[in-house]
Each structure stands twice: as C-alpha cells, then as structure tokens.
Design a protein around this ligand. Structure first.
Ligand SMILES: Cc1cc2nc3c(=O)[nH]c(=O)nc-3n(C[C@H](O)[C@H](O)[C@H](O)COP(=O)(O)OP(=O)(O)OC[C@H]3O[C@@H](n4cnc5c(N)ncnc54)[C@H](O)[C@@H]3O)c2cc1C
Length: 419
C-alpha cells in the first residue's frame, strides 16, 4: 500500500499496454490486471491456427513489462464487476480493489448474432485458446479421416469460414495454403485436393472497408488459391457436421470458423450507463466516461471518436494503442495538474494478407498497394508491432523457413492430458 493515487488498468491488450507505458514516470501506483498472464498479438492468431508459427510467438508475458516500468504491479485475475459509484472493482479470484483512476481496456468478444448452434459448434478466432483449439480440431479431423475414410464423404475435411472482413479472409487464405501446400503431401493417400474451404459473406463484396480494386484483388486471390467465395449468403444454423445457409443450401463441413462479428466485453453491462452499438462504452474527447472523469475506456471496448474527423474509430490495433497511450497521458497530466488533451487518431493505413505474395494495403490518402510489396509492408509492420525481441526473432525464423521450404513447423499435435 502507498499513499500515491492508484491507477488500475483492466486489460493487457494494445490499449492497456499503451496506457501503462505512458504512466511510467507518473507519481502513482499503477496496477495492470488481466485474466491471462500474457499479451496476445491478435493479428497473427490465424497463423497459430494454421501451424505457421508456434503459440508463444503471439503471446508475450505481461510480467516482462514490470521490469521496464518500476511503478507497475501486475495481477492475473478476472474482473467481474465495476462499481463506478464506489470506485471499486470485483474479481473472480481476488479481493475487491479500490481505484483513484481506472482505465477500462477489456477488448471485445465474438458476436454470434444469435445464429443457432454457433456458440456451441463454431470456432471463433479472437483469443489464443481459440487459435489453439482450432489448430488441434483441424489436425484431429485429418487424422480421424486418415483412419476412417467414410468421414471424408461426410465433409470432415471441409471448412466454412464466415465473414469477408480481414479476419475471415486472412483465415480462409491461410487455411487453403495449409490444405494445398502441406496436407496434400502429409496425407498423400487421401483425396486431399478435394477438401474444400468456403468463405461465406452476407455483403456483395469481401473487404468492405477497402476500396473496390482491393476487394476485387482479394476475391481473385482467394479463388486462385482454391477458396470458394460465396457472396450475398449468410449462415443460419450450425451443427457439428453441417452448415445451413440462408438460401436453404446445406454444406457438409465439420469445421466452421467464425470471423463475422464482435461485441464489447460484456463487463460493460455492469457499469449501469447507456452503452453504444455492440455494447461499446461511449467516451468523450479525452477518452473518459461522461460524469466520471476518473474513468477512461479505450480500445475495442470503447466507442471512440477522432476529434479531428468526428469519425467513430474501428476496432483495430492502431486506435486501441493510440487511445490507451492518450488515456495514460491524460492521467499523468491530471497528476501534474495540466490540462487534458483530446484524442486525435493518426491513421497509418489498413492492411491484410490473403496468402503468400498476396497482401493489400490502403493508405489514408486512398492510395492502395497489392501483392508482394504490400506483403512486405505487412510483414514489416507486424514484426515491428510484435512485443518482445524473442517473439520477433522466432517469427522471422519461422517465416523465413516457411518461405523457403513451404513447411509449417508447428504442425504437431500435443495432448497435455496424455500420461
Ligand atoms: C484474428 C484477428 C486479427 C486481427 N487483425 C488485425 C490487424 O491486422 N490489424 C489491426 O489493426 N487490428 C487487427 N485486429 C484487431 C486488434 O487485434 C484489436 O483491435 C486490438 O487487439 C484491440 O486491443 P484492446 O487492447 O482493445 O483489446 P484486446 O487486445 O482484446 O485486450 C483485452 C485484454 O483484456 C483481457 N480481459 C478480457 N476480459 C477480461 C476480464 N473479465 N478480466 C480481466 N481481463 C480481461 C484479455 O485477456 C485481453 O488481454 C485483429 C483481431 C483479431 C481477433
């Protein structure tokens, strides 16, 4: 216990880490709490699911941070309630904690939009456990079909990916490369080239946030690699072995990857304030909650507006990191009795990768890049953003090896319950 004000940061994602970094020199006790003891680099989760890189490469120990930030304490605990009036937090595994300042950076979770069977049988790709679960599910399906060929006819190897945004497109692209580049050789006596990856998107195009040339390039690149792209179509029901579409068609597939939507962390409901679309917390220009200047909400959990453009910012890593940094800075400014700053987002562009040599980038001035150059920029930016030198080195080695050999070294099944 200290007599310094206590700043609690909930969530060790991009937004939480951004806030903690800016409080390094603040005269405050800073406490970062996350239900995991690692930071997850979500943009590369699909590479874990498709065996391109090892699990640890997208997870960085949060406690490493404490070495760099001397005023920071880290607890691994799950927050269950935020009491704005009492300025107190409740947790599943530890005693309640009071705060003077609070930064809510709890991210989002998948939204199944009430589709029947999706919560039970679909595979979301939002957390590291999600990626590991999908990876083992696919490896196990191929091994099961290897022993019982009747499963192939039943669709055991087919995958349906829902959602034509970056998560769905990147996942579909990586899955088809895993199938056509690796499994075709791994299971050479199976009809591996007949295994299907189908992308289902309700809108008339994929990549709706990008310009038309990128949308067309993305669709062509997926189809060239062997993905069947179904536009203007929606999933209405999921069972363990079938995917029902709005048109009435039923697809045989034992795997449905859900990349179709997000909602804010449900903890937001405990705040007792009016929430925005998707349960996101509305914040003012300084990123604090109306009537609670001591509470900030940042990143995917928040409904944040760029002060210059008045645009609501998308749930992406860039806005989360920059907003987290400003929340930390504004608390530090309060402690120095300086005026707070408004949030102005510095847009560095949006990028996504579809497969080897096929990435897309759209810069804020509208300029677009496609193909190998865009993939080079994608790789550079993602490596730069990856926390931790170790993870960066391992990823470079895995990517380089995969680039030369087309091998996916993480293609191994480890059962932790095996004795
Ligand atoms: C598959 C995928 C690909 C993506 N690709 C890109 C991309 O290419 N470019 C890009 O800019 N963005 C991308 N994004 C989006 C980007 O990753 C998110 O916008 C960003 O991670 C949001 O940061 P955040 O800090 O708000 O939330 P998060 O990173 O989700 O962090 C929230 C933290 O809160 C913790 N937490 C949650 N609930 C609790 C609780 N009850 N108690 C305690 N702790 C809790 C979690 O463990 C987590 O560490 C992608 C996202 C996904 C899922």
């Amino acid at each position: 216990m200290t007599d310094k004000p206590r700043v609690v940061i909930l969530g060790g994602g991009f937004a939480g880490l951004g806030a903690a970094g800016k409080l390094k020199k603040a005269k405050a006790e800073v406490v970062l709490i996350d239900k995991h003891d690692y930071h997850t680099f979500q943009p590369m989760l699909y590479q874990v699911a498709t065996n391109l890189i090892a699990t640890e490469e997208v997870a960085h120990p949060l406690r490493d941070l404490a070495r760099k930030l001397p005023n920071l304490l880290i607890h691994r605990a799950t927050v269950t309630n935020i009491d704005l009036a009492k300025r107190e937090l409740e947790f599943q595994e530890m005693a309640p904690l009071a705060y003077d300042y609070l930064v809510i950076a709890l991210g989002a979770k998948v939204n199944f939009f009430g589709v029947k069977g999706a919560a039970e049988y679909a595979f979301p790709l939002y957390t590291l456990p999600d990626a590991v679960r999908l990876k083992y599910h696919i490896l196990n399906k191929w091994d099961a079909a290897d022993k019982d060929r009747s499963l192939i006819e039943d669709g055991a190897l087919n995958i349906v990916v829902v959602g034509g945004g970056p998560t769905g497109v990147e996942s579909a692209g990586a899955l088809i490369e895993l199938y056509r580049g690796n499994f075709i050789h791994d299971y050479r006596d199976m009809p591996a080239k007949d295994a299907k990856v189908t992308l289902v998107e309700f809108a008339p195009n994929i990549f709706s946030m990008f310009k038309e040339d990128i949308q067309k390039f993305g669709k062509r690149a997926l189809e060239k690699r062997g993905v069947e792209v179904r536009l203007g179509e929606a999933v209405t029901e999921v069972t363990p072995t079938r995917v029902h579409l709005k048109s009435g068609e039923v697809l045989k597939a034992h795997t449905l990857v859900w990349g179709a939507g997000l909602q804010a962390n449900p903890i937001t409901k405990t705040l007792g304030i009016e929430l925005q679309k998707g349960g996101r917390i509305p914040v003012g220009p300084d990123l604090s909650i109306a009537g609670h200047p001591e509470v900030f909400a940042v990143g995917d959990v928040a409904w944040m507006t760029d002060t210059n453009t008045d645009q609501v910012l998308p749930q992406l890593g860039g806005p989360a990191l920059q907003a987290g940094e400003l929340a930390g800075e504004n608390i530090a400014r309060d402690l120095k009795r300086k005026e707070r700053e408004p949030f102005i987002y510095f847009d560095k562009g949006t990028m996504a990768t579809i497969g080897r040599g096929a990435a897309v980038t759209q810069l804020p001035n509208g300029m677009t890049m496609k193909g190998k150059l865009a993939q080079f920029s994608w790789g550079f930016v993602h490596l730069w953003l990856l926390s931790g030198g170790d993870a960066r080195t391992k990823t470079v080695i895995d990517w380089s090896w995969a680039g030369v050999s087309r091998k996916r070294i993480a293609r191994v099944t480890i059962d932790p319950t095996e004795k």
